[in-house]
Ligand binder design. Structure first.
Ligand code: NAI
Length: 334
């Protein structure tokens, strides 16, 4: 099986090389380019493609993949909001993802954003480097006793709630389904309105779909506590960035931590330091002292990268050796 691996950085290649050593019947060919309508021709003559979070797997691209006879789409990530699953299903192209590669890696990154914004280590680092040891402007708050709202209590949300519970926070949750393990831990499930009204910190861990698109917008922000901290390590379009900026200007939002951004596709994962970023909303976000943006690195730990590579290879092998069993499992995803 020949697999065209898109959006493949050197660190991906290193882990995929190790994972594919044992899979002699799978040949991986690496492309740094994102998959898009412009680059889809690279997939010609391959049996499958492997893609990442910002690859374009919309209908026109999948139609082209189907024309090339692509037999599978192996996502190297948990989220698959960028894949038109209906279209893939219509062309009988199985789509698989890596649902459980390391929920703690993303949860811990959400906590890193909370800790940075709270104790202002991003600012302290630069001050100390310049010999400025003044503390004015660096005051934080104790997390113990604070109320933390978690929207989405699946794998990552659960890991996040466990950590915040360990800090001594009161944890409020909202999800379509209650997580028994979290209930046993003592968290409380509430409706969104209550979560907004009571939380000092709100962290997003739900997927991006039609019901969660721009979940954080002017109207939801108005319902939150003054000075609320909002953390998004899930998908950029959960937050209406312009309306979040308005919330920052008014002081309603006291802190904003983003690992993802709605328009990240053209800039994240690339060295843009010598380029002008033509996105005034993004540029504006970077100017706030109480905003920390990281470039979609929540997943980026050693363990997670190895799990992603191992699971991707295991999926491809399973597909190759027992396609029927695999097809049955896929119905759940599609
Ligand atoms: P999961 O599928 O285990 O959990 C998602 C949870 O969200 C489920 O419990 C589901 O019921 C809930 N949910 C769905 N719609 C909802 C709604 N409208 N309101 C409230 N809850 C809702 O997914 P997992 O592994 O926890 O990942 C969550 C998200 O994190 C992914 O969809 C992905 O977008 C993002 N992610 C970000 C990464 C990063 O590097 N920053 C890496 C991996 C995932």
């Amino acid at each position: 099986m020949k697999v065209a691996v898109f959006s493949c950085k050197p660190y991906d290649k290193r882990t995929l090389d190790v994972a594919s050593e044992a899979a002699s019947d799978i040949e991986l060919v690496y492309f740094e380019s994102r998959l898009s309508l412009e680059t889809v021709a690279l997939a010609k003559s391959y049996d499958a493609v492997s893609c990442f979070v910002n690859d374009d797997l919309s209908r026109p691209v999948i139609e082209q993949l189907a024309e090339y006879g692509i037999g599978a789409i192996a996502m190297r990530c948990a989220g698959y909001n960028n894949v038109d699953l209906y279209c893939a299903k219509a062309f009988s192209i199985p789509v698989f993802h890596v649902p459980d590669y390391s929920p703690t890696s993303v949860a811990e990154h959400a906590v890193a954003l909370i800790m940075t914004l709270n104790r202002k280590t991003h600012r302290a680092y630069h001050r100390v480097k310049e010999g400025n040891f003044a503390l004015e402007g660096l005051m934080g708050f104790n997390l113990e006793g604070k109320t933390v709202g978690c929207i989405g209590t699946g794998r990552i949300g659960e890991a996040f709630c466990r950590i915040m519970n360990g800090f001594g926070c009161q944890v409020l949750c909202h999800d379509l389904f209650e997580n028994e393990r979290l209930l046993a831990l003592g968290v409380e499930y509430v409706d969104l309105e209550s979560l907004y009204a009571k939380s000092d910190i709100i962290s997003l861990h739900c997927p991006l779909n039609a019901s969660t698109h721009h979940l954080i917008n002017r109207s939801s922000i108005e319902k939150m506590k003054d000075g609320v901290m909002i953390i998004n390590t899930s998908r950029g379009a959960l937050v209406n960035a312009q309306e979040a900026i308005d919330g920052l200007y008014s002081g309603k939002i006291g802190y904003l931590g983003l690992d993802v951004y709605e328009q990240e596709g053209k800039i994240f994962f690339e060295d843009m330091s010598s380029h002008i970023i033509h996105d005034t909303v993004f540029q504006l976000l970077l100017t706030f002292p109480n905003v920390v943006v990281t470039g979609h690195q929540g997943y980026f730990t050693d363990i997670a990268l190895h799990h992603i590579a191992d699971t991707t290879l295991a999926n491809l092998e399973q597909l190759q050796h027992s396609p029927d069993a695999f097809q049955r499992e896929l119905t759940a995803i599609c």
